[in-house]
Ligand binder design. Sequence first.
Ligand SMILES: [Zn+2]
Length: 588
Amino acid sequence: MSGVTVARAGSPRWTRLALAAALLAAGAGAGALACARRPEPANLIVVVIDALRADRLGCYGRGRPTSPAIDRLASEGVLFEQAMAQCSFTPPAIASLLTGRYVPSHGLLGWESRLAPAETTLADVLSAAGYRTAAFVFLNLLTRHGLGQGFGDGEEMVEPAERLTGLARAWIEREPGKKFFLFLHCYDVHRPYTPPAPYDTLFDPGYGGDVDGTNETLAAIQSGARATTPEDERHLEALYDGEVRRADEILGEFFAWLEASGLLAKTILVITADHGEMLAERPEPGLRYTHDPSLYDPVMQIPLIVRAPGKVASGARVAEQVRQIDVMPSLLALLGVEPPAGVQGESFFARDGALAVTTRPAYADVYPEPQRPERYVRALRVPGRKVIHRIYEGAWEEYDLTTDPDEKQNVWTTGPPDSLADALLAHSEECGEVHEVCVAWVEREGAGVSGTVTLSGGRALGVDHPPAGPAPEVSVSDDGARVTFRARGTGGPSAIWVRVSPPGVRAEVDARDEAGRPLPITLLGRGPSSAPVAFSLPEIGHALLNPFPTTDHGVFVFGRARLTTQRVPIDLGPEEIERLRALGYIGD
Ligand SMILES: [Zn+2]
């Protein structure tokens, strides 16, 4: 694995535009590429268009000319009609794309974590196979989130698309003829929806209202402070479509340059997105114009087009459901390179480029952030059906996508066990998520605390306690259904963490003082309660917070999902938080 050399473009937008123009001018004169002729594609370019939902492209059925250049690529390659994102956050989704692994498995959960060095990315594999590699991206994906791993060159905070493609051309021209893997992350379709002229009026020139696509306006709509008319909503869609068209044109110029240089014929070209975007499908404030933490279809469904001349038949359309995690092993299959161990995706190509697609279940995971503990959502989509688990609220949704493709009618019932929900709960466990019932208290000097954790529908796998502080006496019944604990009152905070299986196990907690009197119990997310309390995991819980009681009377109970994956946390500095806020990721 090679280290990445990353240049940062900290310049404001107007300077970046000037830089892009200079780069384009410099690139225009360097057209003499001396690439050896190859019978098969040797190079790979993956273009991720951030927040591009599939159905806004012409080739996915948009009834207006949003994407002529991408449509042409689709007609020359294979288009996957149902490709599913594994997260609605940018860094975890791109990590799933590059590692072929689900979010809880690769451990890059969100803004506050980075990819563990033990993970193997597409760039790692291809650089080891002798490819030149580079990534030009927006956000701090390469440095802060560790996604620069395996890339020999790169630059982050790159926008707009002209600058992105200018950097790509300059990089390719530097060593023409050497096989390469280039990763491009285009941010131009992402909020705010403020395309320049003529794209701002391209699709609804007659709009007379005062709604614009700035982050300020979108935040007001998101919070419910500002109402929108159907005309306003059509306008916002037209602005989004204008951004798609603009990005398509800039990328189209890059594709035309690849073709004129003779590179297009020997390059596998992939167009996809990290996730889609909600465009007023849901009435709920917070879910109207955004992507995270939504796992509804406008966000989960991403475009996926693979153009591989001489390898993959042109004009094919695949109806079977595939996933973001399948992209990495599929591209490696086309390039004849073995995928690394631990890849959870499956190739949809045989080695000869023939399609080998079976329908696959698609999981998606959104983990909470310190600033947004409630954004803890998980989904499982199979053809025709989908469940969404909003873990913090303990709420489930289920949709029959054959009769209700817009996910309007929640058909979830709390009746008999639901196989899709069971599979979703098992997924987290298979990905290395450990579910715990945590019971915490503050011991007063000489005042003991004792209690039981009784499990139904599952068993205790073991009991841990914080490394600091007194160790309580603990015993587990033979069948694992009952954990008894006793602390002698040595003073200070104490706790037990009961590891449980399966994740959906039901727990009941009882706690007593030294005289055997019931102690008040506070259940995280539910407020104080009289003992005993019962709940299901992971109905309550939090992967990141580790709350502790502030009261010295009673016990504090919470569920927790802990990852066995090596998670590498990073601190968000005030500057970073401010920038994420300016981009609309963090509310006030
Ligand atoms: Zn994104």
